[in-house]
Design a protein around this ligand. Structure first.
Ligand SMILES: [Zn+2]
Length: 434
């Protein structure tokens, strides 16, 4: 069971510090564990971007080589950080989340590039693991997608989601493009640009500008002011159906049509399921003709749409979020037993083999060891204060770790990297204005 990474342009040139730059004797050649004098400040190792590999909700991702160990990693530039307090908070939240995550199915920060002096500090660069492809590319490719693939992918999506939700984090943009995969089918949830901490107070309003439309839960489409982690489970249901049918389940042109396609499948929801919907959305549903559910069409998605698969799918695609299955409960569904077995037999890092057989972990789907805290946001009242907090966070995060990394700004690749970042940022902000 293997996947090929999508074909990519060849990697350009020397990815070690610009060949014209003076070699840095303190860095990559020092053997691991070489004791360093405490007063000696290491010069940072320089790295160059080599090619773009993707675009998140906010920011561009490039492939780079870590000059300290020659390992290929992903470099994400977080742009426009200090434009205003909102972007400052958003980026700091994403940064702290990436440093908080410790789970094999959730992308985390391996390192953060050394920031310059605070007066020149404008951008943040984060290093994460480099993955070969994502589920969107896999779904639209001609590569075969067997039931075994679907089970092991869905298992890992839910395993990662259980971890996020147990930390009190809503992802809010689960879609195939945000599920990175490797050729060995390892999957990691990425892009936390829209993620936030769960809001326990139902009277507090939450933004509606979340989730790519095709994967957006009915309660968000209906304008509910408050929603929970079940919006992510809805998205996973849509992706499960997309993996089975290899086409987007609800591919609508507008949010209203999105809602219409959902009710075509699930039937007109009862009034109780629309209790917190906005008046306009409720009126739209009630104005239309009463629709019966037509869930049996899910059996026609593909041969893989067995009774078990459709049963689980129907538990995720529930209109009323209070009645929708949780990510954690979905993991107990028998459809995922084979995916769990496959994952822990040959893919995971939590179990291991001894001559007499496999030693399995005690908890196949571990929750987070503590909730993600966002209390630090309360002390962020201005952009300058935010800048100081972020600068201190990065500096403290790096203390006692490996030789710090920085970018070689003289390299031609870096200039292209900067240009593509600027180009994409303007595209994103235009989209946001609509
Ligand atoms: Zn395991």
């Amino acid at each position: 069971m293997a996947f090929h990474g999508s074909s990519r342009p060849t990697v350009c040139g020397n990815i070690f510090p610009g060949s014209d730059a003076t070699p840095n004797p303190t860095v990559p050649n020092a053997p691991a564990g070489t004791p360093r004098h405490p007063a000696e400040v290491p010069s940072p190792a320089e790295m160059e971007p080599d090619r773009p590999i993707g675009y998140g909700a906010f920011g561009v991702v490039w492939s780079v080589t870590d000059p300290r160990d020659g390992r290929k990693v992903a470099l994400k530039k977080m742009p426009n950080v200090f434009q205003n307090l909102v972007s400052c908070k958003r980026v700091f939240r994403e940064l702290r989340m990436l440093c908080f995550f410790k789970h094999d199915n959730v992308l985390s920060a391996l390192d953060i590039l050394q920031p310059p002096q605070i007066d020149c500090f404008e951008e943040i660069y984060v290093i994460t693991e480099l993955m070969q492809s994502d589920l969107h590319k896999v779904i639209v490719s001609p590569q075969p997608l067997t039931t075994d693939h679907i089970k092991v992918f869905l298992y890992q999506i839910l395993r990662g989601l259980k971890y996020l939700h147990s930390a009190g984090i809503l992802h809010r943009d689960i879609k195939p493009g945000n599920l990175l995969v490797n050729s060995n089918c390892l999957l990691k949830i990425c892009d936390f640009g829209l993620a936030r901490v769960e809001e326990p107070d139902p009277s507090r309003h939450m933004t509606q500008e979340v989730v790519t439309q095709y994967y957006r839960a009915p309660e968000v489409l209906m304008g509910c002011q408050h929603y929970t982690s079940s919006i992510d489970v809805w998205s996973v249901g849509c992706i499960f159906a997309e993996l089975l049918g290899r086409r987007i389940l609800f591919q609508a042109q507008s949010p209203i049509q999105q809602l219409d396609l959902i009710t075509d499948l699930l039937g007109t929801p009862p009034l109780s399921a629309m209790a917190s919907a906005c008046e306009g959305a409720r009126a739209h549903i009630l104005r239309g003709t009463h629709k019966p559910p037509s869930l049996s069409v899910l059996y026609m998605l593909s041969d893989g749409a067995t009774h078990e698969a459709v049963h689980l799918l129907c538990r995720m695609l529930v209109f009323d979020p209070a009645k929708r299955i949780s990510g954690s409960d979905a993991l107990s569904h028998p459809y995922l037993d084979e995916g769990r077995l496959r994952y822990h037999t040959c893919m995971c890092k939590c179990c291991y083999s001894v001559p007499s057989g496999r030693v399995y972990t005690r908890d196949f789907e571990p929750p987070a060891d503590r909730p993600f805290s966002h209390n630090y946001e309360q002390s962020m009242h201005s952009v300058w204060q935010g800048k100081e907090l972020i600068h201190r966070f990065i500096t403290e995060h790096q203390q006692g770790k490996r030789v710090p990394l920085c970018i070689n700004p003289q390299s031609a690749a870096f200039k292209t990297f900067i240009r593509s970042t600027a180009w994409h940022s303007s595209k994103v902000s235009r989209k946001e204005e609509r």
